[in-house]
Design a protein around this ligand. Sequence first.
Ligand SMILES: Cc1ncc(COP(=O)(O)O)c(C=O)c1O
Length: 458
Amino acid sequence: MTDWSQIETWDRSYYLHNTQAKSEHQFAAVDRQDGNYIVLADGTRLLDFQSQLISDSLGHRNPGVYDEIRRAMDRYGHVFFGMANEYRARAAKLVIEDILGSSSPHWAGRMRVLASGTEAVENAITMARLFTGRQVVLTQSHSFHGLTVGATMLRGYRNNVTPADSPDAVRDVPGFPTAGYIPVPAPERQDWSGNDILPSLAATEAMIRAVGPENIAAIITEPMLGAGGLPAHKDYLPGIFELSRKYGFLWIDDEVLCGFGRLGEWFGYQLSPGIHPDIMAVGKSINGSSMPVGAVIASTEISEFIEGARWWSGSTWDGHPIVCASIVGALETMLRENLLSQVRSRGAYLKDKLDDLASRHPCVGHVGGHGLFYAVDMVKGDGTPIIAEDRWTGFTGDLSQHPNNIVAGECAKRGIFLGGFVPNTIKVGPPFTITEEEIDTALAAFDEALTVVDNTYC
Ligand SMILES: Cc1ncc(COP(=O)(O)O)c(C=O)c1O
């Protein structure tokens, strides 16, 4: 039996925690995870309706993934990148040939397996700079690409700190803006109804001209902003693709959160026919987040450039056999069980139910998304965001009255793990293995939580 009070003492004393100051830290310990459920140390069973960080897409400890990991562990420990292993080759073949091989136009050349989505982004940016010989990377407001010294400088949420003695202050990581990164506006929302070019695209084009396309290595975008919970208008990504072709720089598509099925296609960019990235960063759903993982996928042209050269790159963990086995297990499970079509059908069921909630709750301003990822934006009675800073938040002050935290608390009381990152937005992203009955259960709790927000703010 685990002695949870001892564990709490050690955790509070020695672990370096994320996002909460020690004075406000809540000890929410997980005892075990099964399928779509999390069991806490006190015995509480929660339906994981946001797949942890919109990451654990196949449910917890999916048998198809874990059986492959077990088989791999009977043969392999760690193999460094200078030697091949069976699973590295099988994982790359599955992605490049079986999943991307039939994409039209055909663009993907090679994949490298890494230890995190952040590393995938870092590799993508380095490759873009090496290939083009240029430095500047354009990056969207409200986007999230990771929190390392390089990736954190992409515009959006940047690893900043609110010191314990000044809860209304925010100390940014010194050095921003870093030479080489220039923010462009976030996409317009789903409900843009103008006939002209999207305002965000027009502003991005003006920025490209001001910076000078000859200085721009790439633009990096998310298909649907994950941390920011922001779906783009259907014309946005095609517009970004066209700008990259018109001005001759690369398009890096960060699919770490949306890739491998989350939006109902293998990759989010495939919601827009005829476009394709030059480099793609992936992670999370590539192995259902069963192991720390990321991967970078390069076009045939960039792959040939890298492969024809000696690229002095690499980490101890590149192509790790057990991680690659987890990818093989996850992707073969997705293909065998046709989980992509399940994401589409369960997603349509979920979207109908969310639209119904929106029609009944004054605090729901907007529901947008695809597949099994929806952002629900909450507003005041007059339709304006409840927390005025909205996606520009610095996470300062009293966070307990932020509507995302109210919803998270009310849902947890009712056995549902569901919340959001930015203050006014709930990110609904259940695992691909969710059932219709579980969707009903989760949305009944969400319904009641939204009534609390209605009563508080509308
Ligand atoms: C779009 C996007 N890019 C990159 C990352 C960073 O990935 P990781 O947390 O695996 O380092 C994330 C993580 O949430 C993400 O959502």
